[in-house]
Design a protein around this ligand. Structure first.
Ligand code: 13P
Length: 341
């Protein structure tokens, strides 16, 4: 199979109506934080058991087309000894891998962040691919303040995303390009819109300069929202209007799918916002779907509590959120569906 055919086949399997992506790629410090909230020690075995619970949840393949894994997970197996990426692939779910090495300060520009991990990336992708990964994820992070992100921060981050995406495509791996404008802060929705639009325009300019094929990538952005500490809250309908305005201006129609991150929204908010976009704006050039981490897993962790006897109810919790987000992808979610099992 040529690289182009390989990328196209992966995109077709990942981008399907009524389906989205589960982000289960928490790094070690992040999963430790999530486990601490339910009193579970983040041993390798507990991480394996938890990811196994997620990946074997009955029925999720009807709503989940891809799962982003953390490096360690690729090498782990379920309770029956089947490698976790194989567990996913057998269910028709595309296994993916987070390949960035996290963020740090951008030198000489203290309010901007930059993401590490480009060195040796091609060799790592070859290894991940041999373990079953067919797509990758890389996240750049932008904090909003009165004077940041700076123009330098925005262009440096765009360059990283484009270089990562080009390396992925060269290796036959579909890149998920994730520029995340953080919800933290007291900025207005208008300010989030302004920053997100600039960020996206520079990201697509950089992708173009680096010869990235837009048809063979997925965009994973934030929604346009007021900051978490802003006094005025926005409704799902208002968020949908603001988000679509920015995306129509900044995201080329060639991109097959926009899969939003949940970024600290509650599970219900993340679902309602996605639903409002699809219900109120049918006929967008891209599929509008989800690639949620916390918004899919929060209720699962609560139900699990690290106990084997809770695995079936935790799996039901995942199936429920996957189903509701699948409905939101089609614009068919209603809040009343939250009270049904
Ligand atoms: P959240 O949905 O929890 O923001 O996680 C998605 C993700 O992959 C962040 O990189």
């Amino acid at each position: 199979m040529t690289i182009t055919n390989e990328l196209q086949a992966t995109i077709e399997q990942m981008v399907q109506q009524g389906k989205g992506i589960l982000a289960a790629d928490e790094s070690q410090p992040t999963i430790a934080k999530r486990f601490a909230a339910i009193g579970v020690v983040p041993t390798a075995e507990n991480c394996r058991a938890y990811r196994g619970l997620l990946f074997t949840a009955p029925g999720i393949e009807d709503y989940i087309s891809g799962v982003i894994e953390f490096e360690d997970t690729l090498a782990q197996s379920d309770d029956d000894g089947t490698p976790l990426p194989v567990v996913l692939a057998r269910r028709g779910i595309v296994p993916g891998i987070k390949v960035d090495k996290g963020t740090g300060p951008l030198a000489l520009s203290p309010c901007d962040l930059i993401t590490y991990g480009l060195d040796g990336l091609a060799a790592r992708l070859i290894q991940y691919k041999s373990q079953g990964a067919r797509f990758a994820k890389w996240r750049e992070v932008y904090k909003i303040g009165d004077h940041y992100p700076t123009a330098l921060g925005i262009s440096a981050n765009a360059e990283m995303l484009a270089r990562y995406a080009a390396v992925c495509q060269e290796q036959g791996i579909v890149p998920i390009v994730e520029p995340e404008v953080l919800i933290d802060g007291n900025h207005s929705m208008a300010r989030c819109a302004e920053v997100t639009e600039t960020v996206l325009k520079l990201v697509f300019h950089a992708l173009h300069r680096h010869h990235v094929v837009l048809e063979h990538m997925i965009l994973k952005p934030n929604m346009v929202l007021p900051g978490k500490d802003h006094p005025v809250k926005a409704s799902a309908a208002e968020i949908a209007v603001a988000t679509l305005r920015v995306f129509r201006r900044a995201v080329p129609a060639a991109v097959p799918s926009i899969n939003f991150l949940s970024g600290g929204l509650s599970p219900e908010e993340a679902t309602a916002n996605l639903n409002a976009m699809n219900a109120n704006f049918p006929g967008t050039p891209w599929l509008l779907s989800f690639s949620y981490g916390r918004a899919l897993q929060q209720t699962v962790l609560q139900a699990w509590q690290g106990k084997t006897e809770n695995v079936p109810s935790a799996q039901l919790a995942l199936l429920k959120r996957a189903r509701l987000n699948g409905a939101a992808q089609r614009g068919e979610y209603t809040p009343a569906m939250e009270s049904a099992n």
